[in-house]
Design a protein around this ligand. Structure first.
Ligand code: COA
Length: 210
């Protein structure tokens, strides 16, 4: 199996370092435009994003929680010819073989996805997320720890769900929308809008997810 280079040396990036090692993958280090190259404790900063080409025989993961930033970076890498994105699924994750998971997607420890589920590319499912039957999780979605997605839920591209939130069965969260931590989504969301509370109500708009 190819070694891993992680893009983004933030808190989640370091969690993905652990995730990758738990998956039995060797981690070469991190790319981050905002951190000088060199050793940082147990971690190695290899360089900025442009240093990717020094690691041709490697798989990349973009470990940045914000869906808009993650998409921008994935598209930048892809436009420069990067095609090898790793799919990292922690060994403790339980899922049926009918669950389809895309490239560049990270599924953290303790999560469960039951049956007939499609999870797209560059998705983050953080710790202890439950994903119900027939859910559709599109590209660049970020789901924080302890979220419960009921069955037949659709999370369109770039949706973000905060820690401990819950989504009713059959609900669609439209492109680029967000449910804040602890929220309970009982109705379909409008695109590019933050919702909070139980039942969730709109808080404010977000930039368009494009
Ligand atoms: C919803 C959220 C995006 C709003 O953040 P923000 O735009 O910075 O908004 P603010 O913190 O200014 O809060 C605005 C108001 O909403 C309230 N609020 C914020 N988040 C809330 C939430 N999840 N539930 C209920 N009320 C919330 C604030 O208390 C504040 O109320 P006030 O106007 O009465 O003082 C953010 O609070 C949130 O939930 N982020 C997700 C965090 C998370 O899950 N991280 C996971 C990391 S792995």
């Amino acid at each position: 199996m190819k070694s891993i280079v992680i893009v983004g040396f933030g808190g989640f990036g370091r969690e993905v370092d652990w995730l990758a090692r738990e998956c039995g993958r060797a981690v070469l280090g991190f790319l981050d435009d905002n951190v000088p190259p060199g050793k940082k404790g147990n971690y190695t900063i290899l360089g900025g994003l442009d240093a990717w080409s020094d690691y041709p025989d490697t798989e990349f993961v973009v470990a940045i929680g914000n869906p808009r930033v993650r998409k921008e970076i994935v598209e930048k890498l892809a436009s420069q010819g990067v095609t090898d994105f790793a799919t990292l699924i922690h060994p403790s994750v339980e899922m049926d073989e009918s669950v389809d998971v895309g490239k560049g997607t990270m599924i953290c420890a303790g999560s469960i996805a039951t049956v007939d589920i499609v999870i797209g590319d560059h998705v983050i499912l953080n710790l202890n997320v439950t994903v119900g039957h027939d859910d559709r999780i599109h590209d660049f979605v970020t789901v924080a720890p302890m979220v419960a997605l009921s069955g037949n839920v659709i999370l369109e591209q770039g949706v973000e769900v905060g820690t401990g939130a819950a989504i009713r069965q059959g609900i669609t969260m439209a492109c680029g929308s967000m449910l804040g931590m602890g929220g309970v989504q009982t109705k379909d969301s409008e695109a590019n809008t933050i919702y909070i509370g139980s039942p969730a109500k709109p808080l404010k708009p977000l930039p368009e997810f494009i």
